[in-house]
Design a protein around this ligand. Structure first.
Ligand SMILES: [Mn+2]
Length: 258
């Protein structure tokens, strides 16, 4: 069976995505590829993100995308901007995104990609059971009873424990992004099986773009080209003393390139 690779929050980091795809040709040959959402906002090259997705599509290797919390506002901004890419009244970051996409003549293509993402709230697979969803679950409700809004926005306050420490594992492996961490975080049960893979490593803030290969249980990290915006060593998920999970603070076989 084909293995699946999930790529964390891209946030307009098109150059890093291009480099990631290049690396995946060897590291994840013939794998199914899923992007975890938050594609185009914040970073400098949303045009390249769109281009890379289109290139693969045209080569007959389509990319799947689940919806992040930024897809809705990015799509709304593009619709408001219209075919001429008008940016009046848009917040500066969204206006910048529209300008870049308009210059590259990719306004329609970007809308199509975002619309497709918004129609995909999550993707599930079997053997072992896994779910790719942008942010996570409400651990008290379980995956199916967690509202979609929560699934794409749940994030703990800095002084609180992250939701995954309270997740009991019964929905299988959850692959998530949304919360930037210094390194990908892989939580394991006693059998050593991954139950959470948190793979947003803050590429647009100067961290890494991370891919997680589900079956192989491996991470690949591409260093960001963006300015470092905060102290990444402090971006860790504080571990409560009573947790049942074994932690691999980093995915096994972490591989740094470049
Ligand atoms: Mn997000």
């Amino acid at each position: 069976m084909r293995d699946t690779v999930v790529i964390g929050d891209i946030h307009g980091c098109g150059e890093e995505l291009r480099f990631m795809f290049k690396k995946l040709q060897r590291w994840a040959r013939d794998c199914r590829i899923i992007l975890i959402g938050d594609l185009l906002t914040k970073g400098p090259r949303p045009d390249l993100v769109v281009e890379e997705i289109l290139l693969r599509q045209r080569a007959g290797k389509p990319i799947e995308i689940v919806c992040g919390n930024h897809e809705g506002r990015a799509l709304a901004a593009l619709r408001r901007a219209g075919p001429d890419g008008k940016t009046e009244g848009l917040p500066p970051r969204l206006a910048a995104m529209v300008d870049i996409l308009a210059d590259a003549d990719l306004l329609d293509e970007a809308q199509e990609i975002l619309l497709r993402a918004m129609r995909t709230p999550f993707i599930r697979g079997r053997r072992p059971a896994w779910t790719v969803v942008h942010a996570g679950v409400d651990p008290d409700r379980g995956f199916l009873r967690t509202p979609q809004r929560t699934r794409i926005t749940i994030k703990s306050a800095p002084d609180q424990f992250d939701w995954w420490w309270n997740y009991d594992g019964h929905d299988g492996l959850l692959v998530v992004g949304h919360k930037p961490l210094a390194r990908p975080l892989i939580l394991r049960n006693d059998a050593g099986r991954a139950v959470v893979a948190a793979i947003d490593t803050g590429c647009c803030y100067g961290g890494f773009l991370t891919a997680y290969r589900i079956g192989a249980d491996r991470c690949l990290m591409i260093p960001s080209r963006q300015r470092r915006q905060f102290n990444f060593r402090r971006r860790v998920s504080r571990r409560p003393s009573e947790t049942a999970w074994r932690v691999a603070s980093v995915g096994r076989g972490r591989k740094l390139v470049r």
